[in-house]
Design a binder for this molecule. Structure first.
Ligand code: SF4
Length: 387
């Protein structure tokens, strides 16, 4: 074979060889991926970990403000570890899934006490910390310590299952493990490419390989995407176990103090113009554990029977509304009651644990409304108090 012919053959065979999955993802991320997210700037393990916990079950756009406020108040792991849990829950308020905030605080304290303030540099060690599952551990280890391990969160799972044509039922843990093995085999050869690769999986899963109407025409791995080639894009990944939903009714008793006359109050779901509200800490287990909430009853009868006849007459009951949790729909009804025994001057406007004399100990506390935005409140309570 003449030299020019050899060259042409070699060129043809190189062209026939597709770049690996990882190579194509890396190239795509460089041009089309996200590069300016706040946790990508000064990407130290503390900031990456914080962002990964916040991003669990939450979209980037909702996390941006929370991340800014958190890192402003707790610029270092040590400051977070030393803060009272109530401050952490207060800053987390509105982001939902509060177990994440409690675990975040616990993990910060563990890293301080057991690892001298430095995150352990491997996914095998990271996964032992509270609130860090295998995919979060892989994200931190690959981005911060260049470990060659693949994330497998919802987005990555969907992208990889489709590209590989993986049709095992991912509600089975054995299938999940098998996909993790296949995913780990796809990572780049060079450890230094791991941060970009992990970001590429996240970006491609969120931007193109979406659950509905994926943008396959713009996808860098569409030529050998098995789901696309076999027309199973909408069918993959397979997950048969459906989350069972249930419904729960809750009746909130919102005791309030106001200087405004009743005629001037706006009565909708919420009441604008109140000065203080009475809140209790929720139990340590169950919905909204340890957050502050108005006294809560299963039925309106139970709520009314906790009141004097005069109070029952003054009670203002609003239309119920729905609040959706992961496995539950809450039907919430707010009952507002103007308190005539407590005066605003008896309430500590800094919301420190001082109680007015009329409040029995361990049974909740009055909170000045203008100081309450910083408190750890469940989303529906926040909506009621700050319409
Ligand atoms: S071609 Fe479509 S289905 Fe396949 S990985 Fe790309 S976006 Fe996903």
């Amino acid at each position: 074979v003449s030299a020019p012919n050899k060259k042409a053959k070699a060129k043809a065979s190189t062209q026939a060889l597709p770049n690996t999955f990882a190579v194509r993802l890396l190239a795509w991320q460089e041009v089309h991926g996200r590069h300016h997210l706040p946790w990508q700037i000064n990407a130290d393990p503390y900031r990456v970990w914080l962002s990964e916990i916040m991003l669990q079950q939450t979209q980037v756009v909702s996390v941006l403000d929370y991340f800014a406020r958190f890192t402003q108040k707790f610029p270092t792991l040590q400051e977070l570890a030393e803060a009272p849990l109530s401050d952490v829950l207060g800053l987390w308020s509105g982001l939902g899934y509060y177990t994440r905030a409690r675990n975040l605080h616990k993990a910060a304290q563990m890293v301080q006490s057991e690892f001298g303030g430095q995150f352990p540099p491997s996914s095998a060690e990271l996964v032992k910390l509270p609130g860090i599952g295998p995919s979060t551990a892989a994200a931190i280890a690959s981005i911060c310590f260049h470990e060659r391990v693949s994330i497998l969160d919802g987005n990555a799972k969907r992208l990889l299952a489709r590209h590989l044509g993986f049709s095992d039922d991912l509600s089975q843990s054995v299938a999940h493990k098998r996909l993790q093995t296949l995913a780990n085999a796809q990572v780049p050869k060079l450890a230094q490419d791991m941060p970009r690769y992990t970001q590429a999986l996240m970006d491609l899963g969120a931007m193109l390989c979406t659950q509905r109407k994926p943008k396959c025409e713009a996808c860098p791995v569409s030529t050998d995407c098995q789901a696309r080639l076999t027309d199973r894009v909408e069918a993959l990944p397979i997950k048969t176990r459906k989350v069972k939903r249930s419904q729960l009714r809750m009746h909130f008793l919102l005791r309030y103090i106001t200087a405004v006359t009743d005629d001037d109050l706006q009565l909708k779901h919420s009441i604008a113009g109140i000065d203080a509200v009475y809140l209790e800490q929720r139990p340590a287990k169950g919905i909204w554990a340890e957050l502050l909430c108005p006294p809560c009853f299963d039925t309106e009868e139970a709520l009314r029977s906790s009141l004097t006849p005069q109070e029952q007459q003054r009670l203002k009951t609003m239309h119920s509304f729905q609040h959706v949790l992961t496995h539950k729909d809450l039907i919430i009804q707010a009952h507002w009651l103007r308190d005539e025994k407590v005066s605003i001057s008896s309430i500590d406007s800094t919301n420190s644990p001082n109680r007015p004399n009329s409040t029995p100990p361990n049974e909740g506390q009055w909170y000045a409304i203008n100081q309450s935005k910083e408190l750890g409140l469940p989303v529906p309570v926040r909506k009621l108090l700050f319409p």
